[in-house]
Design a protein around this ligand. Structure first.
Ligand code: F6P
Length: 349
């Protein structure tokens, strides 16, 4: 029996989304099924915004960043009558399955719809933050780490020439995966992450120790979710608009780099500058590794649809692509384990 397979991309855009769309569509078309794109994440299912996906639509999209379907942070559970509208649109468009490509928010909605309403959905783990459980890696993360590492390499030049401390603020929300990986790859002298918060005093001591050894410059990587932490026990989260949250209740982080740089300059007397990488980390073409991972995830998701394994997600376990329950992926944030941070820490100061 033929199937109409819908796809949506939700949350922040991420390198590799188009590779997933291409793989799900290609495998579905090869099976004689129809593929239907849902525009702008869950908003497209609430408002009934669809586009057909055929061979032409997916031609040439593998190396393209962003998503050809558009994306939003719409949460149908926060829209008046949102869930009923999703179910109505799904039925009136005669859809049989949904492949939801997203992070904890998008997949959280998918898991809940499946659990509460028996919705026929499978998930694909996307996010540059790499904070989803039940999978070793999300796609998009490798690209973000590669971009951040390249930036750190470039910032070394200025740091060294001017005898400066360069603070690099990276994304990652409430986990420090991007910071710890790019910091390790780029040879950072201090890395500050939310999960294992060293104090400002410790960070300054590491920088001073390094300078006493004759190194006149330092690279400090800070994750946007790191709370300024002081030896006194005081902690302060820096957010852009503390009062404003999105439909999933997230504050918009950003700005900790500036605050940290001011503290470092004042306490050490070393000239300090800040670079905030921001959305550059999410933009542009995916790395080869992300293209391959996204493609394998997409093919697996199409197979999960074929087998009607609703409420599951494609995941990476070692080198294998496997099936896991969606609810396991969103049950808790996957944080950086202490041994990962210790490996970065071995090079502090
Ligand atoms: O979840 C991905 C992410 O890039 C986070 O690292 C960051 O905190 C957030 O999205 C930024 O969101 P926005 O694109 O809405 O500014």
């Amino acid at each position: 029996m033929s199937k109409r397979v819908a796809l949506l991309t939700g949350g922040g855009d991420c390198p590799g989304l188009n590779a997933v769309i291409r793989a799900v569509t290609r495998r579905s078309l090869d099976r004689g099924y129809e593929a239907v794109g849902v525009r702008e994440g869950w908003r497209g299912l609430v408002d009934g915004k669809f586009q057909p996906l055929d061979h032409r639509a997916i031609s040439g999209i593998l190396p393209r960043g962003g998503t050809i379907l558009g994306t939003t942070r719409t949460n149908p559970y926060k829209v008046d009558g949102g869930v009923e509208r999703v179910l109505e649109q799904f039925a009136s468009e005669r859809l049989d399955a949904l492949v939801a490509i997203g992070g904890e928010d998008t997949l959280g909605v998918a898991a809940r719809l499946h659990e509460e309403r028996g919705f026929p959905v499978v998930g694909v783990p996307k996010t540059i933050d790499n904070d989803l459980s039940a999978t070793d890696y999300t796609f998009g993360f490798d690209t973000a780490v590669t971009v951040a590492t390249e930036a750190i390499d470039r910032l070394h030049t200025t740091a060294e020439s001017h005898n400066r401390v360069m603070v690099v603020e990276v994304m990652g929300r409430h986990t420090g995966w991007i910071a710890v990986m790019s910091g390790m790859a780029g040879g950072a002298d201090v890395v500050l992450i939310p999960e294992h918060p060293i104090t400002i005093e410790e960070a300054c001591r590491d920088i001073q120790r390094r300078h006493e050894r004759g190194k006149d410059f330092s690279i400090v990587v800070v994750s946007e979710g790191y709370e300024l932490t002081y030896a006194s026990g005081e902690r302060q989260q820096i957010a852009q608009e503390p009062a404003a949250t999105d439909q999933f209740g997230h504050v918009r982080l950003g700005g900790v780099g500036q605050a940290l740089a001011a503290e470092i300059e004042e306490r050490t007397g070393y000239e300090t500058r800040v670079t905030v990488l921001g959305h550059v980390q999410r933009g542009g073409t995916p790395t080869a590794r992300d293209r391959v991972l996204a493609t394998r995830y997409g093919l697996k998701a199409a197979d999960l649809v074929e087998e009607e394994r609703w409420g599951t997600m494609a995941a990476l376990d070692g080198d294998d692509i496997v099936e896991v329950p969606l609810k396991d992926a969103v049950a808790e944030l996957k944080t950086v384990p202490p041994e990962f941070y210790d490996a970065a820490r071995a090079f502090f100061g």
